[in-house]
Design a protein around this ligand. Structure first.
Ligand code: C2E
Ligand code: CA
Ligand code: CA
Length: 703
């Protein structure tokens, strides 16, 4: 980093204020000196001129007085007259020359000597003895020459030599006065100058002060106060504008920082705590777990992935927001609700030491999420699974506590979701199995571990086999036979169902087409497939490749597909049925809203769930429901089939109530292809039909 110093941190030998004062003082002293020199020079010049004038007038008066003495050659009188010069200060000497420029009389002041004839002769060579005054720089004296005239005719010359006059006392007095006035003026000027300087320097210094203050305190709300109309005022205004900009920028920055802080702890979509914040609060809660026990809830939304995949993230986000609102409405102030993943939520319920205290709250949460969500006119049934662990009972550290709650959650999911469980030490092994299944299932299809078995569907009146339901089987080298009830939900969870489902469809169609009869084939579709795959395209491809006619294919869906009856889902189903493929509603009667869906989509066939068929004889109420289902199906123009028919009496009751088609162990278990071929052969041999082959000789195989 560069070693950067702010200007005011630099130590200067002379601050601005001192420097400017020095400049003012220097200017004053220099102008005083100049003034003094000019005045003195002028005064000296004046004194010199006055001296010359005085000398000239003395010489003129003297020359007139000397006329007689020269005219009469009276050197004694001349000498006396010259001697009167004694009274006049500054006269050095005087020489009176006659007509022939010979010394006639001389005078010398006490300290001086009058020039001799040769000196005078030499002087006359250098100077014109006309009446004039001259200044000799060498001798620093003034010379005045005056003619002695009689009748306008010169009869002699008077030469006076005077000291160059020294400035008088009056001069010094004047000078002192001038200097005094000048000094006072200079002082006043200095004060005025300093005042003016201050008015410039002060605002600059206060600007620097403000800058220093802001740099130290970051108080960008500070403003310069001076209200001036001049350039300094402009400078202040400019600086204030700059501060204002800085302040707004600072505000924006602070707001942004706050948002970042919020983001760091909040989940943007639900406004609940985020994973990071949740972990912080969990760690804090754990520090006092011994005295303040609490519960951790790991919550997974059951059908959220379907909503998100089929209806888009917008709808998904809105569902999450509603989930957030519902959770918040249940939480107490001391509780923490957090979104810790896509559709995962984590909850800390404080002051919970045993399962009985957690249970009512957990149940409320579960119930509130079972309520349908309304988004964009769609009614979405989401539901949730909740795993719970208690601190400090189940674990003392965050990792273990969360892992235990997760294990309980896995347990709920494995048992069919939409429920809650408390952690139990035995859960670990069950979850391990789920993880193994997930890992192994990924390679099951390429390794050829998956195969299909077929369960015949029978027309009980005509005694013919009319169709086959294809059912998936997985034989793993180590795990053995794994039930589809166990592995299909795992395949749905980890995105394997699309590939597996497509394979089942292709395999079943190909196999039934190979059988060469008129048998139909029923293929089970997972809700995830219906909501995420382009089924019409998939089915078109399969039918084209296998050569199976569309009318011979039945697709079984459960009502959970319709729980999120997005327009797109219904369109897919309608498109399939338009091709001649039959859509069958499987497990009819198990969902609580089955009837409502019958109004939304015209199914070709409904399949009465085996839970209704089992023990039909013993339970009159069940029979009433089955009768109603059969009656309704006929009235709505739908075919009806009963599954799980195990006994002859069940069959008899169903037939009596008008349900002609049935499948179940009574006729056959689901069979692998070779056994199926044998079964169909035997069936024909006994006189029963299959597909269009049947319907000739009715024969009950039940005895
Ligand atoms: P599901 O569609 O209701 O299939 C009928 C289940 O009832 C089959 O169990 C069948 O073996 C069994 N079953 C048939 N007759 C009787 C009977 O008389 N009594 C009793 N108690 N059970 C009988 P499975 O094969 O174990 O399949 C279970 C479930 O797994 C199926 O229920 C279906 O939901 C799912 N499944 C099976 N194969 C596939 C498949 O290829 N794709 C999809 N998505 N799901 C499948
Ligand atoms: Ca089925
Ligand atoms: Ca079924």
């Amino acid at each position: 980093m560069r070693n950067w110093r702010r200007p005011w941190q630099v130590q200067r030998p002379f601050p601005l204020r001192v420097r400017l004062r020095l400049v003012v003082a220097a200017a004053m002293v220099l102008s005083m000196l100049f003034l003094f020199s000019v005045v003195t020079w002028l005064e000296f010049r004046n004194a010199h001129e006055r001296n010359q004038e005085r000398a000239t007038s003395i010489a003129t008066v003297l020359a007139q007085n000397l006329r007689g003495a020269v005219a009469f050659g009276d050197s004694v009188t001349a000498s006396k007259i010259l001697g009167s010069l004694n009274a006049i200060p500054g006269i050095r000497w005087a020489v009176l020359l006659d007509e022939n420029k010979q010394l006639f009389s001389t005078y010398a002041a006490p300290a001086s000597r009058a020039p001799t004839q040769p000196q005078m002769d030499a002087w006359l060579v250098r100077n014109n003895p006309a009446s004039q005054a001259a200044f000799n720089k060498q001798t620093k004296s003034v010379y005045v020459t005056e003619r002695v005239l009689v009748d306008e005719q010169p009869i002699g010359w008077l030469v006076l030599s005077l000291d160059n006059a020294a400035p008088s006392i009056a001069f010094f007095t004047r000078l002192a006065l001038v200097l005094l006035v000048a000094t006072i003026a200079a002082l006043i000027a200095s004060i005025a100058a300093v005042r003016i300087l201050e008015s410039v320097v002060q605002p600059i210094l206060s600007l620097a002060d403000t800058m220093r203050e802001i740099s130290k305190t970051h108080m960008y709300s500070l403003r310069l106060k001076a209200k001036r109309k001049d350039e300094i005022g402009d400078l202040h205004d400019g600086f204030n504008v700059l501060l204002e900009e800085l302040e707004t920028r600072e505000h924006k920055l602070a707001a942004q920082q706050q948002r970042l802080m919020r983001l760091a702890s909040r989940d943007e979509v639900t406004q609940l705590s985020n994973r990071h914040h949740f972990r912080q609060l969990l760690d804090e809660a754990l520090e006092h777990a011994d005295t303040d026990p609490f519960a951790i809830l790991c919550l997974d939304l059951d059908r959220f992935k379907n909503v998100n995949d089929s209806l888009g993230h917008d709808v998904g986000d809105r569902v999450l927001r509603l989930v957030g609102e519902r959770l918040r409405s249940i939480a107490r102030v001391e509780d923490t609700m957090a979104r810790t993943g896509g559709d995962e939520f984590s909850i800390i319920l404080m002051e919970m030491d045993k399962e009985e205290s957690v249970l009512p709250v957990a149940r409320r949460i579960l119930r509130s999420l079972q309520e349908p969500f309304e988004v964009d006119g769609l009614v979405l049934h989401i539901g949730a699974s909740i795993g719970i662990s208690l601190a400090p009972r189940d674990a003392q550290d965050a990792e273990q506590l969360l892992k235990n709650a997760d294990l309980a959650l896995y347990d709920v999911k494995a048992a069919g979701r939409n429920d809650l469980r408390f952690y139990h030490p035995l859960m670990g092994t069950r979850v391990d199995r789920r993880l193994v299944i997930e890992r192994e299932l990924r390679g099951a299809l390429p390794r050829g571990e998956l195969r299909l078995v077929y369960q015949p569907q029978v027309d009980t009146r005509a005694n013919t086999v009319t169709g086959l339901e294809a059912l998936l089987r997985w034989t793993h080298p180590r795990l053995g036979e794994v039930s589809p009830v166990e592995f299909i939900p795992v395949a749905e969870d980890c995105g394997l169902i699309a590939g597996i489902g497509a394979w089942v469809l292709e395999e079943a169609c190909a196999h039934v087409q190979k059988l060469g009869s008129e048998l139909t084939v029923a293929v089970n579709l997972s809700p995830v497939q219906v909501m995420t795959q382009d089924l019409p395209a998939l089915v078109d491809g399969v039918l084209a490749r296998t050569g199976l006619e569309a009318r011979r294919l039945e697709l079984e869906i459960t009502e959970s597909v319709l729980l999120n009856e997005g327009e797109a889902t219904l369109k897919q189903l309608a498109a399939l049925q338009r091709r001649g493929v039959s859509i069958v509603l499987d497990d009819f009667g198990t969902g609580y809203a089955s009837m409502a869906y019958l109004l939304r989509f015209q199914f070709r066939k409904i399949k009465i769930d085996r839970s209704f068929v089992a023990s039909l004889r013993d339970q009159g109420r069940k029979r009433a429901i089955v009768q109603a289902i059969i009656d309704m199906s006929h009235r709505m123009g739908m075919e009806v089939i009963a599954e799980g028919v195990e006994t002859d009496s069940e069959m008899q009751i169903l037939v009596g109530d008008g349900c002609v088609e049935a499948q179940g162990y009574l006729y056959s278990r689901p069979l692998p292809p070779d056994e199926l071929a044998r079964f169909l052969d035997q069936w024909r041999e006994r006189g029963g039909g299959s597909g269009s082959v049947g319907r000739k000789a009715p024969l009950s195989i039940v005895k």
